[in-house]
Design a protein around this ligand. Structure first.
Ligand code: IMP
Length: 423
């Protein structure tokens, strides 16, 4: 049985949490493959809104097992808060949630290093969520990191101490004013680690291999979006992991020839949180309308998201890099009421018109070239089947399918599980 992938095709916040939650009924295992608590996956059902950061979005379904893969970085303090928030749902966490021994740990000093690094950059800052993601992956690739499996060893605190001491020296090196009380942060950390240790740690690549062999259906869940990928995103304004399809292979230990469907999620327009280039960004009333109607605020940091028209050049690039086989369009409802909709179909780039995603998409290099389409006025949020969708929306969808050469299988018309139209 092949492993299906689900990933974001823009700069994150496409609505992966909702779709995983909707799709979980078709899967036995949901396995998160990269990122950490920089993510915020929002789920809404039965009038409840819930935000997950590290725990996979299949956690609310009775029969699904959720795996936090080796490619993920885990902050025990945030993880504990996530577990605490789940308590009221009476889930049998120990039989539903497994953590890879090879996943790396975010230490309190990783978070401080993130803050020091950002502060030292001044205006050039990445706009990081400051969850310690970059420094933790640096320690992983630098072969200095601490892994979940280390917590099973008796000397893990010594390893912790030596890494934290090194980090403190590095924080001083930045020479920026970061106020912190490490003793207090460590007290929280050690308490949270004890709680984490009550969970089930596994060799997740072996678990997934055996599950696959036994015919279990597995969905690999990505975080962030393809344009934040460390290699293919808008570097350096990216996150520190491979958010694209290949990241699922390295982040779970699934071989490339075992990947089945690649489900790509995109918003009907574009958003970005944090710094970095964004060719179709709007600074006018249309952008404000998208932000207001779409409630575009970061689920992790609460920061307002930047909004703009759909960038088809970037979307085509993401579809190709990931090998997307089916698409899901989110937040179609937010575009109701616009007279005309714009879609960026090419870039003016250094005096030429190009249709590919170039090395540098900074505003001084790139101006979007738009096609215009008619908008629709109908409120989509109560629609339940594809035959109710307005003609102009069907034309918008048909245009995208033709350009992207991939079918759009789901159109989401609101945040709730039930506001999901299958095509
Ligand atoms: P970091 O991964 O927290 O260091 O953040 C790096 C960049 O990725 C910043 O621009 C963040 O705003 C962005 N980012 C990280 N995680 C997410 C996410 O889950 N959704 C959207 N943007 C994200």
């Amino acid at each position: 049985m092949a492993v299906d992938l689900l990933l974001g095709l823009q700069w994150g916040d496409e609505g992966k949490g909702k779709i995983v939650d909707v799709l979980t009924q078709d899967y036995d295992i949901i396995a998160r493959f990269q990122g950490g608590p920089n993510a915020g996956h929002t789920l809404e059902f039965d009038g409840i809104k819930h935000v997950l950061h590290t725990i996979p979005s299949g956690i609310f379904h009775k029969n699904a097992v959720n795996v936090v893969g080796n490619g993920v970085v885990i902050d025990p303090v945030i993880f504990k808060k996530e577990l605490d928030a789940l308590k009221k749902f009476n889930l049998d966490i120990n039989s539903k949630l497994f953590i890879s021994r090879k996943a790396h740990l975010i230490l309190p000093t990783h978070r401080l290093l993130d803050a020091a690094s950002e502060a030292s950059k001044g205006k050039a800052k990445i706009g990081s969520t400051l969850k310690g993601i970059g420094p933790t992956y640096m320690d992983k690739t630098g072969r200095n990191g601490m892994r979940i499996g280390d917590l099973e060893l008796s000397d893990w605190k010594e390893k912790y101490r030596s890494l934290a001491n090194k980090h403190e020296a590095m924080i001083n090196f930045y020479d920026v004013d970061i106020q912190y009380d490490l003793a207090e942060l460590e007290a929280d950390f050690f308490k949270a680690v004890e709680e984490l240790k009550l969970l089930t740690f596994i060799d997740s690549e072996e678990y997934l291999y055996q599950a696959q062999k036994a015919g279990k259906k597995i969905l690999a869940e990505g975080a962030q979006g393809s344009l934040l990928d460390i290699d293919f995103g808008t570097y350096p304004f990216v996150t520190s992991s491979n958010t694209t399809a290949a990241g699922a292979c390295t982040g779970l230990g699934v071989a490339p020839n075992q990947i089945g469907a690649v489900k790509g999620i995109f918003k009907a327009y574009t958003t970005r949180v944090g710094s970095g280039p964004f060719p179709t960004e709007l600074f006018d009333e249309d952008g404000e309308t998208m932000a207001r109607v779409g409630n575009e605020f970061g689920a992790t940091t609460g920061r307002p998201r930047r909004c703009g028209w759909l960038d088809l050049v970037a979307l085509k690039y993401a579809v190709r890099v990931n090998g997307v086989t089916e698409l899901m369009m989110m937040k179609g409802d937010v575009l109701s009421g616009f007279n005309k909709l714009k879609i960026c179909t090419a870039y003016h780039y250094k005096g030429e018109q190009i249709e590919h995603f170039p090395y540098n998409i900074e505003a001084e290099n790139v101006t979007p070239v738009y096609s215009e389409m008619d908008g629709w006025k109908e409120d989509l949020t109560n629609m339940t089947s594809a035959d109710q969708l307005p003609k102009a929306l069907n034309e918008y969808i048909a245009f995208l399918e033709k350009e992207l050469e991939v079918p759009i299988k789901i159109v989401s018309v609101g945040p709730d599980r039930t506001q999901t139209i299958l095509k």
